[in-house]
Design a binder for this molecule. Structure first.
Ligand SMILES: Nc1nc2c(ncn2[C@@H]2O[C@H](COP(=O)(O)OP(=O)(O)OP(=O)(O)O)[C@@H](O)[C@H]2O)c(=O)[nH]1
Ligand SMILES: [Mg+2]
Length: 365
């Protein structure tokens, strides 16, 4: 299983940088030179500054139109770097990490996703984006809604992470982001780490690709972990990974098409009967009636860890709120704009030009 992580914009490159820390192949793309310099783990030759002629290396200040232009202008540069990294070995999945609310990530990611789909038709392109916090205000919400629309047309799946859901209430934002980023990398990293490794019943790259090839709908990762000596019911732990507090976003499990569950823990705890009970129940709940499963007994660990992936989701409160807020705002904005234009026309119609009032003052040139 080969995955390449490409971070776009500040949020995206910070997440990609953490993936690099845990040994994934990662590239960072940004319009801000300062933010690229700030990364710790991605080697310098894999950090790409885009849109320098547009912004002078200073970012796009949450303007996705500039983010899109920057990516378009320097797409050949980015694609050359990707190609040299890919080499001769196929890539199963490109994960594009970004923040939905800014300018570089929101504007640039859909452009890059489309280019990757065209250049690597056999590989999946999965967008992994953080949804803005409510307290960030209206503009990030609009950027998010429009980017969701664009990605839904090019990406195979969108793993949307609701920052609101993962943030614990009384934290300052920088600390909260840092923790959320770790959570994202821990979960997706654990899932990818269990693909193609030996186990009782294993998951391979084609299972993961099957689940994530879901026509640009949403996917979410669920997680539950406990010390093995404290697990009284394994099926409860598995179920917990599907419950609201385990998931990345407020989503209706019943609307999911496919699922994938990977369970890792000491052999004496991974009891087939309990696992099948829990998974049968969950298989019945989701639309596609199919859950891929992997069991990884490991006598070296004292924890039981369940990572689940649900895909093909189309009912999510987190997403609906963003789209409806953006639509409402767009409507009132367009109305206000039309009113202002009308008012301007009304007010200014009937004014003469200078020449009407200053006769005989024509200038010969
Ligand atoms: N989870 C998480 N979300 C973040 C982080 N940083 C920013 N965000 C979110 O991402 C959005 C901003 O995206 P950024 O990545 O900062 O913006 P950008 O893509 O660099 O674009 P510009 O700064 O406008 O050039 C905000 O709305 C935040 O919700 C982070 O480290 N972690
Ligand atoms: Mg930025």
């Amino acid at each position: 299983m080969r995955a390449i992580i490409i971070g776009v914009g500040q949020c995206g490159t910070k997440i990609a940088d953490l993936f690099s820390l845990v040994d994934f192949e990662a590239i960072a793309v940004n319009t801000s030179r300062g933010d690229l310099d700030y990364l710790k783990h991605i080697p310098a030759e894999r950090r790409i500054l885009i849109g320098e002629s547009l912004t002078g290396g200073k970012g796009v200040n949450a303007n996705p139109v500039l983010g899109r232009e920057a990516m378009k202008r320097d797409l050949p540069l980015v694609m050359r770097k990707v190609s040299s990294m890919v080499g001769y070995e196929d890539v199963d999945i490109f994960f594009l990490t970004f923040g939905f609310g800014g300018g570089t990530g929101a504007g640039g990611t859909p452009v890059l996703a489309a280019a990757l789909k065209e250049e690597y038709p056999e590989s999946l392109v999965v967008a992994v984006g953080a949804l803005p916090l409510k307290e960030e205000g209206i503009r990030p919400t609009i950027n998010a809604a429009i980017t969701i629309d664009k990605l839904s047309k090019v990406a195979d799946s969108i793993i949307a992470i609701d920052n609101n859901k993962l943030k614990e209430s009384d934290e300052d934002i920088a600390r909260a982001y840092e923790k959320i980023n770790y959570t994202i990398v821990e979960r997706i990293g654990s899932l990818l780490a269990l693909i193609d490794i030996p186990g009782e019943q294993t998951l391979d790259a084609s299972d993961l690709k099957f689940v994530l090839k879901a026509f640009g709908s949403f996917a979410t990762v669920g997680y539950a972990k406990a010390r093995a000596d404290q697990v009284r019911s394994l099926s409860k732990l598995i179920e917990r990974s599907f419950e609201s507090e385990g998931l990345y976003l407020e989503a209706k499990v019943e609307s999911a098409l496919y699922g994938l569950v990977a369970i890792h823990g000491p052999p004496e705890v991974l009891k087939a009967k309990e696992i099948f009970e829990a998974l049968d129940e969950l298989t019945g709940r989701i639309k596609g009636k199919q859950i891929f499963r992997g069991f990884y007994p490991d006598s070296r660990t004292r924890d039981v860890e369940v990572v689940t992936l649900l895909s093909g989701i189309y009912e999510s409160r987190s997403i609906e709120e963003i789209i409806l807020t953006a639509k409402g705002y767009a409507k009132s904005f367009m109305k206000a704009k039309a009113e202002a234009e009308e008012k301007k026309r009304e007010l200014l119609t009937g004014l003469p030009d200078f020449d009407d009032l200053y006769p005989g003052a024509e200038v010969n040139d």
